[in-house]
Ligand binder design. Structure first.
Ligand code: NI
Ligand code: MN
Length: 227
């Protein structure tokens, strides 16, 4: 069994069948919903980052420097990481897939902003990630995005979807429920809500909007889902 643990906001870790630890969009320092701090991640094999905003990128560089994890992101974002001393990187661009030892990673479209926290000079394209970690273990982390027709391209290709429902900066519950119609995942976990007052949401209303179309699993920070 693979294990997905939600760490609050959009931060998730995945322990794969082969014992690989993946960390997606780590933001722990300063995250009011985080269940742990960045220092609690001792062994991380790869960090995947959807975009440069602080609430997704905040702990990428500190954890990469301390653990030596491979950072997977766009070349634009990795250029900034490299300027801060991160050496193990794998650059990808939207639409591209690559087979890593732990599984295949594909970068998919996200509609959002692309500024880099701590750097006012550069913007980078935001993305989502589609991970194929084996049969029944295809995971979509949408990153920050609007509802987009591009999600129809994922139909039938996702077992577990992590979708933002916070509204204001991303899809809200109603659009996220429409995303579920497009993608048709088996399981959906709502993320990117309740962290700040402007993205306060009731995940139960999202569950109601999804109805029978998917199994909605609301995870508290620190909670783990086996899949
Ligand atoms: Ni963002
Ligand atoms: Mn965000």
């Amino acid at each position: 069994m693979a294990r997905l643990t939600f760490h609050g906001h959009a931060t998730c870790s995945i322990l794969t069948d082969d014992g690989t630890t993946l960390l997606i969009d780590p933001w722990l320092e300063g995250n009011p919903r985080a269940d742990r701090g960045p220092e609690d991640f001792d062994t991380v094999d790869a960090i995947l980052c959807t975009h440069g905003h602080a609430d997704h990128f905040g702990d990428v560089i500190p954890i990469a420097l301390r653990t030596g994890a491979l950072v997977i992101a766009t070349p634009e974002l990795l250029g900034y990481c490299g300027s801060k001393g991160v050496q193990r990187t794998h650059a990808m661009s939207v639409g591209g897939a690559y087979r890593f030892p732990f599984g295949t990673v594909k970068m998919v479209v996200a509609h959002h902003g692309g500024g880099i926290a701590g750097d006012g000079a550069h913007a980078t394209p935001p993305v989502g990630f589609l991970l194929d970690l084996g049969p029944g273990k295809r995971v979509y982390h949408a990153g920050d995005t609007a509802l987009t027709l591009d999600m129809q391209l994922l139909a039938g290709r996702v077992d577990l979807a992590l979708l933002p429902i916070g509204d204001n900066f991303t899809m809200g519950p109603e659009d996220a429920a429409r995303a579920v119609e497009f993608i048709r995942p088996g399981i959906v976990v709502p993320i990117h809500y309740d962290t700040f007052p402007v993205i306060r949401q009731n995940p139960g209303l999202f569950r109601d909007a999804v109805g029978e179309r998917a199994s909605v699993r609301v995870l508290a920070p620190g909670e783990t889902l086996e899949f």
